[in-house]
Design a protein around this ligand. Structure first.
Ligand SMILES: Cc1cc2nc3c(=O)[nH]c(=O)nc-3n(C[C@H](O)[C@H](O)[C@H](O)COP(=O)(O)O)c2cc1C
Length: 493
């Protein structure tokens, strides 16, 4: 019986492929055993490569197959799914029982009132005013959650547009991050907090110094309500912003005022701010130029500089004070930062927020200086805890990234973000439709606000800004929870 020409051709191809595979294995084998840099490959030639393949793939597949609901970092599945459902305006009700263990140290437990308020006694979050009496244009907001700094550059054009439209829809602010004010921040019509960092992107002169005319130009926009001077960020205290060269497009370079295609690295601190005196001068100057409330953003290490700052404000007068302080957490997010700084430097807000607020009370500055905070406050309990502690309002970056569809693939610095949020690759951006995502952003704000209201009502207060430290307890290592008001008592005034 003769073989058909097709079968004969297929078997030739098969033999060729097998031959090539065997040849490849031999080449890899010889290369592995003769190289001296990698012990695993030298001892286990060829199969040693599977270790590297699996550990790379594991990063992506873990969240689907192996990780439990409450296990992953930086955000676990339960946290992400809450945001996903909230942003789709789906019910966040669950059945049977919580998958959250209340045992781990630091678990938040709110103190429910024996006689919670009736629906008709509920109120919307009260308004908070920034810069009241100290600048030409004070800013009033009711929002308890806002969009934290993420620069145009770190995130994409469609992401910024979606955030700005969503913020407008929900009535919260969008913070520009340190990459300058882009047309996309303004596109949605939302309130904008203009941030500048140590490189003063968008408002710098040729030498990188603050250019008052450019600052005025930016802050003259009606939508720009406040200015935030970034001293440091939780994920990289002591290190300036990093935008890898692959993400510095022509447009981003123009907005920032830097060369295109080169990594954009900000100085580690403001060149003109080396002490408390310089800082207070800068705050006052920026407020005079802009006429808007001016605040500072920092992650807290030691408290010494704040004591010095507050003492000096009391000596000079209240017009020297920042209108707000944003306290970022040591475990905050970023587009790119050294792991050492992310993992080990800067206090988490669980510790720093009560310390800063107590210090403001001690120095009689609590009313004058508003407090904004950020750091993994992406679910209602976190926001409610911050309000209990004494924050005036909260910001989140990664919560809003999840609302935009982020899948925590941890590729923000690679320009290959699969959801189009942190990439300038047009093909990948196609997946992010600003109109659809704006609705999700607004839903997320509304749902989180509603859920914090539910916590407040359960604690027996009419609205979130009435929450106090006595309303939340933190689980301790002995299995007993302790009220926040006992752990961090507010000082007597
Ligand atoms: C992609 C990305 C970009 C960021 N860019 C800035 C920035 O330009 N300026 C800044 O002060 N913080 C920046 N941050 C930090 C956030 O504003 C925020 O302080 C921090 O992530 C903590 O909030 P979160 O835990 O809700 O994300 C960025 C964070 C992310 C994830």
């Amino acid at each position: 019986m003769t073989m058909s020409p097709w079968i004969s051709a297929l078997s030739d191809i098969f033999l060729l492929v097998v031959g090539l595979v065997v040849l490849l294995i031999i080449i890899v084998y010889v290369r592995d055993v003769t190289q001296t840099k990698d012990a695993v490959l030298r001892n286990y030639p060829v199969i040693g490569h599977f270790r590297y393949i699996f550990s790379t793939l594991g990063e992506f597949f873990r969240q689907y197959f192996f990780a439990m609901d409450r296990e992953e970092m930086p955000f676990n599945r339960a946290e992400r799914q809450w945001i996903e459902r909230a942003s789709k305006d789906k019910s966040t009700t669950i059945a049977f029982g919580s998958t959250r263990s209340l045992d781990p140290v630091g678990t938040l437990i709110f103190e429910n009132a024996a006689f919670p308020l009736l629906d008709e006694q509920h109120q919307s979050p009260a308004a908070v005013t920034f810069g009241d009496g100290y600048c030409k244009h004070p800013y009033v907001t009711n929002a308890i959650i806002n969009i934290s700094a993420m620069s145009f550059g770190a995130i994409s054009k469609p992401a910024v547009i979606a955030l700005s439209k969503g913020a407008r829809e929900a009535g919260c602010w969008i913070n520009t991050g340190e990459g300058g004010l882009s047309p996309y921040h303004l596109e949605g019509g939302a309130d904008v907090v203009f941030q500048f960092g140590t490189a003063k992107y968008g408002i710098r002169d040729a030498d990188g110094k603050l250019d008052d005319a450019k600052l005025r130009n930016v802050t003259d926009h009606d939508q720009v309500k406040m200015v935030e001077i970034k001293l440091s960020q939780g994920a990289k205290p002591g290190k300036g912003g990093i935008l890898p060269a692959t993400k510095v497009t022509k447009e981003i370079a123009e907005i920032r005022g830097i060369p295109m295609g080169q990594s954009s690295i900000s100085p580690n601190r403001h060149l003109d701010v080396g002490n408390v005196d310089d800082l207070l001068m800068m705050i006052k100057h920026v407020r005079e130029v802009s006429g808007k409330p001016v605040g500072i953003k920092a992650v807290i290490g030691g408290m010494g500089w704040l004591h010095e700052c507050f003492t000096e404000i009391n000596r000079r007068g209240m017009e020297w004070a920042p209108d707000f302080i944003t306290i970022d957490s040591g475990d905050g997010g970023t587009g790119a930062a050294p792991m050492t700084l992310m993992d080990h430097v800067g206090l988490p807000i669980k510790e720093s927020l009560p310390l800063v607020i107590n210090s403001l009370i001690q120095y009689g500055l609590r009313e004058r200086i508003k407090v904004v905070t950020s750091g993994k406050l992406v679910n209602p309990a976190g926001v409610a805890w911050a309000l209990c502690t004494g924050a005036d309002t909260v910001q989140s970056a990664r919560g809003f990234m999840f609302a935009l569809g982020c899948i925590q693939s941890l590729r923000c610095d690679k320009n290959t973000c699969p959801t189009g949020i942190t990439t300038h690759d047009k093909r990948l951006q196609r997946g992010l439709n600003p109109a659809d995502k704006a609705v999700k952003v607004a839903n997320y704000v509304n749902q989180i606000t509603h859920a914090v209201e539910i916590i407040s009502h359960s604690c027996g207060v009419a609205e979130p800004r009435k929450l106090q430290r006595k309303h939340v307890r933190l689980m301790q290592s002995n299995g007993r929870s302790v009220r926040l008001s006992e752990l961090y008592p507010e000082p007597d005034t």
